[in-house]
Design a protein around this ligand. Sequence first.
Ligand SMILES: C[S@@+](CC[C@H](N)C(=O)[O-])C[C@H]1O[C@@H](n2cnc3c(N)ncnc32)[C@H](O)[C@@H]1O
Length: 284
Amino acid sequence: MSYREALRLLTARLKKVTNQPRFEAELLLAFVRKISREKLLLDDEKEIPPEEWKLLNDLCLQREIYKPMAYILQEKEFFGLKFFVNQHTLIPRPETEILVEEVLKHLQSRSNPQPISILDMGCGSGCIGLSLAHEYTGKAHYFLTDISFPALQVAKQNQKRLLPEKKIYFIAMNQLLGFSTTFDVIVSNPPYVTEQEYDRLQLEIQHFEPKQALVPSKNFFENLFASLNTHLSNKGVFFMETNPNFIEKHAKQLTEKGFFVQTIPDYTGQNHFIKAQWHPFRKL
Ligand SMILES: C[S@@+](CC[C@H](N)C(=O)[O-])C[C@H]1O[C@@H](n2cnc3c(N)ncnc32)[C@H](O)[C@@H]1O
């Protein structure tokens, strides 16, 4: 069987699970052949080796039970970097890039020459913290934390692959509990899906992505906001992605704690991100 025929068969099978079957079939074939998608057409009349066809079938079977492509290919692009991902980490979402852009804007507007300390809480694959470390050229100390030890291991693996020269601290931790230091920037994309919303999510997400990365524990935000100010330096800033349905509530809670709060929209125009600057003298 030729590569062209293999691609046709694969595309037909994937029609049941995705609305871009040809594209995904090409990605799987390129992955198996260890070449870029663009090169697939160059020799598509060539005979497919049996071991490649077998592997392709295995991968297609995984997709047919709705395993997300990023977990099959073990990779997801975020902010121009290719992050290794597995079942322990959320697949980085494109809208989270807005959060990184907002933090970068803040970092680039600083005039203070002192190194800045940046904490990415709930780092998952490390996509936020490592993208910041990749993009920001100023002096900074980076701390990446997660309650999930296996997720933290993935983040560490990504640092070794993508930024081997950078010194980055990885710490397993529940929220901010355990830190006695303060940070100039705390950024987080925490779990923010309600149980009811979770039940309505696509099967791809429900069956494969870690629930702990999606649904917060009880009183998650109340506990986080209560301990936030003691972990931010004077004029430190907290950046967070959150549930658009609760963003006004979160903004209000932070304002009541003495933060200057700004909400930021996503690509659809919905407010989805919070920037909250800590100002100790504004304590109510
Ligand atoms: C929505 S995911 C975000 C992952 C990654 N930062 C991203 O943007 O793709 C939330 C992350 O928070 C972690 N997490 C959940 N509860 C936590 C807690 N109490 N303390 C620290 N991290 C927590 C999860 O393990 C998960 O990796």
